[in-house]
Ligand binder design. Structure first.
Ligand code: FE2
Ligand code: FE2
Length: 159
């Protein structure tokens, strides 16, 4: 990150990097939980559920990449060790259902994780509005996708 780019950030860069890194860890946990559920889901119509989960898992992985990119641009380093990822995140691992055909539980896990992500990005957006345009732009872009994810899965509950 260049001198002028650094100068226009009206926030403590270290704090911004910390917030971005926490979100980065959340994204990996969400990616892993969704990807894992996409593999193990069973029961009637499991292919559709698997496809849905895989679609949002890919988005979460993309978010992790976008966050890593900005963390590095800002002179930080994203959490390097998998053992540290849960510790450094905002929320614990979303978990997976005991019963692999329990769609309601899967939907609950996903919608809870998405609601948590929406809160996290909203908080960072509020903090960076008018003070760190680059972070603001990234987190609002991610936030819009988390809103879509929540809606996709909430809609599955309406039969
Ligand atoms: Fe995400
Ligand atoms: Fe999401």
């Amino acid at each position: 990150m260049g001198k002028q780019a650094r100068k226009i950030v009206e926030l403590d860069l270290k704090e911004v990097i910390k917030d971005l890194n926490k979100a980065y860890c959340d994204e990996w946990l969400a990616f892993y939980a969704y990807w894992y559920m996409a593999q193990i889901v069973e029961g009637p119509g499991y292919e559709d559920m698997s496809e849905f989960l895989m679609k949002i898992a890919k988005d979460e992985l993309e978010h992790a990449g976008e966050l890593a990119d900005l963390i590095i641009k800002y002179g930080g380093s994203p959490t390097a060790h998998p053992m540290e990822i849960e510790k450094n995140g905002n929320a614990p691992y979303p978990g997976i259902p005991k019963n692999y055909a329990d769609y309601d539980k899967i939907i609950q896990i996903v919608t809870d994780a998405e609601a948590g992500a929406i809160d996290v990005y909203k908080k960072i957006a509020k903090k960076t509005l008018g003070k760190d345009d680059v972070t603001y732009q990234l987190v609002t872009h991610i936030l819009a996708e988390e809103v879509t994810h929540e809606e996709m899965f909430e809609n599955l509950l309406v039969k």
